[in-house]
Design a protein around this ligand. Structure first.
Ligand code: SF4
Length: 284
């Protein structure tokens, strides 16, 4: 591809295209209308493994139930787990609750401090400090890595490389909108399997498109792990409907699955369910 402008001009052009597109076509999501660090953290934790469409109702309901860190910290864990509902990956609820109990008034405001908390990795810590505190933090999820990688390097790149690239490109003082825009581009236009280059604001400068963009390979999922997760979710769903608990035999009978006893033991170890005599219940 013939580069007609300098690297500095190219960066400025990229920023301009991204932010203009976002003003026109970006998604209006409730967690983007707040800078409350707690609400931003709830959204980021929920979005870690769950798609936006499922997070939307869960996010609103969770914040209605626990509007502040203090309210979440004061609640028994069983109530938090019930409010988490069918969102899956309930360890996220446990870690969020632990964070609220450790910091019931206000969350730490630096990426390094947030990064030390349970369930909060480098990406989430960067996203919260950027979206809530307005820091110009570089970070990349798979969508950002795909968009920046394709435009600048001709193909998707690993997250660490994408974060380094993001650090060079992000517009200082406007990095929240920048990251929201890249996420939206990756989720709606520059998708892994079927990028819609004809509708993309970056198509005139994209190196992947110039080279003939190849769809990303689908990530392989571990079939057994996925299946375990489904059964764990079913156990928790049944216990939500049975406040006084169920026996392991009853759970196994209902679910018709030999893994139930092993998965109950794992859930007890993780603190997500408890045994009370012969009964298995959600934590009180
Ligand atoms: S032009 Fe195509 S490959 Fe390049 S960023 Fe846009 S959608 Fe992705």
């Amino acid at each position: 591809m013939c580069e007609l402008y300098s690297p500095v001009d190219r960066r400025a052009d990229l920023r301009r295209r991204v932010t203009r597109w976002y003003a026109r076509a970006g998604r209006d999501l409730p967690w983007r209308r707040t800078t409350d660090p707690y609400a931003v953290l709830v959204s980021e934790i929920m979005l870690q493994q769950t798609q936006v469409a499922r997070v939307l109702p869960a996010y609103t309901a969770f914040l209605e139930h626990f509007p502040t860190l203090a309210a979440l910290a004061a609640a028994p864990f069983g109530e938090v787990l019930r409010a988490w509902g069918g969102l899956g990956y309930p360890r996220r609820a446990r870690d969020l609750h632990a964070t609220a109990r450790a910091h019931p008034r206000t969350l730490p405001a630096t990426r390094d401090e947030l990064d030390t908390l349970a369930g909060i990795g480098r990406y989430t810590a960067g996203a919260v400090t950027c979206f809530a505190y307005g820091h110009d933090e570089a970070f990349a999820d798979v969508n950002i890595a795909r968009v920046l990688g394709r435009v600048e390097r001709g193909d998707s790149i690993p997250l660490r490389q994408a974060e380094a690239l993001d650090a060079q490109l992000l517009p200082r003082g406007n990095s929240a909108r920048w990251h929201h825009a890249l996420m939206d581009l990756g989720a709606t236009v520059c998708t892994a399997r079927a990028p819609r280059c004809g509708e993309c604001p970056l198509n005139g400068m994209c190196r992947a498109r110039a080279a003939g963009v190849a769809p990303s390979r689908p990530r392989k999922r571990a079939a057994f792990a996925t299946s375990d997760r489904r059964v764990r979710g079913s156990i928790l769903a049944m216990l939500r409907e049975a406040p006084s608990g169920l026996t392991a035999a009853a759970l196994r009978g209902h679910l018709q699955d030999v893994r139930v006893p092993r998965l109950i033991t794992a859930l007890v170890t993780e603190g997500l369910v408890q045994r009370v005599g012969r009964l298995v219940t959600l934590p009180i």
